[in-house]
Design a protein around this ligand. Structure first.
Ligand SMILES: NC(=O)C1=CN([C@@H]2O[C@H](COP(=O)(O)OP(=O)(O)OC[C@H]3O[C@@H](n4cnc5c(N)ncnc54)[C@H](O)[C@@H]3O)[C@@H](O)[C@H]2O)C=CC1
Ligand SMILES: O=C(CO)COP(=O)(O)O
Length: 316
């Protein structure tokens, strides 16, 4: 919708024929965004070759853990001019790779043809054309500027950045912190606890980012603090809601059953922790989330562990 509103002809790929037919005939995606009328210049197809033919940009947005397999099938169809754009906010399990790394590894297009869009961009609010800003990141600034122009609308304001690593880490780790903040809210804890988790969550994200070569300033921007604040304060956030259900005492199985859409942090908390350990970075909040979500630790115990860590300087 954003790309179409900015003037592009958009072809949406989807797996199910009935969803494609609904988009093409009623201009609505009834399963994911009911009540939102899509521009008529958005067409849908089940054929990836049709979606990719002649594309300036291919915007990739599937659940992160499915990207590699999907992309392997699409790679031969990607034309030499096409820039690959990731909207995904996850880290791959097993490899601890960011999505742009997976894209480059599978397609071998080179980092200059891989971009990332990340920021406080809850889908339903964007679909309602509420004002929002975002970051368009690519190591090649000229490519970032082209993509910025392609998604700039009166309600969507993209800023460019060349720090792909920082933008992607900001997006992936905020989902994990969103789970933690949701848990705290579900346990009935108040704003001091939530603000502490948000701020110290950003501190551990920045610590990881610096070791991986990100610009620490990125984490104070839209793809860092901006996205973290949106996720940690919004009832629209799937990660926040997932954490809240766990904090209220629902079991993991019940919480998964109650979650219709992708809450990336549930899988990516493990891959973020893996990435941190590979790089010798301490991420206690991420570790606490992994303990609760994957090791069955009660939220109260995980919180106690966090609060009984040794006292230290705020910056180290
Ligand atoms: N929804 C939001 O507000 C935002 C989501 N994102 C990111 O977008 C990515 C995708 O999430 P959403 O679209 O929100 O999730 P979603 O759960 O709303 O939609 C996921 C889509 O992927 C499809 N899908 C599931 N498994 C698949 C597979 N194996 N192969 C191909 N397609 C598959 C589903 O049918 C569905 O259409 C995530 O990384 C998320 O962090 C980023 C910014 C905002
Ligand atoms: O990334 C998002 C907003 O920018 C969406 O957050 P959730 O994945 O937690 O819904």
């Amino acid at each position: 919708m954003v790309l179409a509103d900015a003037g592009s002809q958009v072809t949406l790929w989807a797996r199910r024929q009935e969803l494609v037919d609904a988009v093409n005939t009623t201009h609505e995606n009834p399963d994911y965004l009911p009540g939102v009328r899509l521009p008529e210049s958005v067409r849908a197809t089940t054929d990836p070759a049709e979606a990719l033919a002649g594309a300036d940009f291919a915007v990739l947005v599937v659940p992160s853990q499915t990207l590699r397999d999907n992309l392997a099938a699409w790679a031969p169809l990607i034309e030499p001019q096409t820039v690959l754009v990731s909207l995904m906010k996850g880290i791959e399990l097993g490899t601890a790779k960011r999505m742009s790394e997976v894209i480059d590894e599978v397609t071998k297009v080179g980092p200059e043809r891989v971009a990332v869009v990340s920021g406080p961009n809850l889908a339903r609010e964007i679909a309602n054309r509420q004002p929002a800003a975002s970051v368009v990141a690519c190591v090649d600034e000229a490519v970032a500027k082209r993509l910025q122009a392609a998604c700039h609308t009166p309600y969507f304001r993209p800023y460019t950045n060349t720090d792909v690593v920082g933008c992607e880490l900001g997006g992936a780790v905020k989902n994990v912190i969103g789970l933690a903040v949701g848990m705290a809210a579900g346990m009935g804890l108040g704003d001091n606890t939530k603000a502490t988790l948000i701020t110290r969550g950003l501190a551990e994200t920045t610590r990881l980012g610096e070791v991986l070569g990100a610009d620490p300033h990125t984490f104070a921007g839209l793809a860092g603090m901006g996205d973290l604040v949106a996720t940690c304060s919004s009832p629209l956030s799937r990660n926040n809601t997932f954490g809240m259900n766990l904090g209220r005492g629902m079991s993991l199985a019940e919480t998964i059953a109650a979650t219709r859409q992708t809450a990336e942090g549930v899988k990516s908390c493990e891959s973020v922790l893996d990435l941190a350990r590979r790089n010798g970075v301490d991420m206690p909040i991420v570790e606490a989330v992994v303990d609760v979500v994957h090791n069955g630790r009660p939220t109260q115990e995980a919180l106690q562990t966090l609060m009984s860590r040794s006292a230290k300087a705020e910056r180290r």
